[in-house]
Ligand binder design. Sequence first.
Ligand code: ZN
Length: 70
Amino acid sequence: MKTIPERVNALITDSEAAQCDRCIQEALDLAQNNQVQQITSALATTSEFVRGKGACAACGKTKVVTRRAA
Ligand SMILES: [Zn+2]
């Protein structure tokens, strides 16, 4: 059983695209958006992930998205 941070990490890594917290939340069927935000913010402090304004690959909106560092 993977933890929620592990699932968020895997989703972003597997999709190879930037996604907003809302789409990550829906993709993983999580109840709370602030939970996703906490996790993506934590991931963004590592060198493996980047967080910032951009187009979400899933919903197409320009918002704060998280993606794998190139
Ligand atoms: Zn989105």
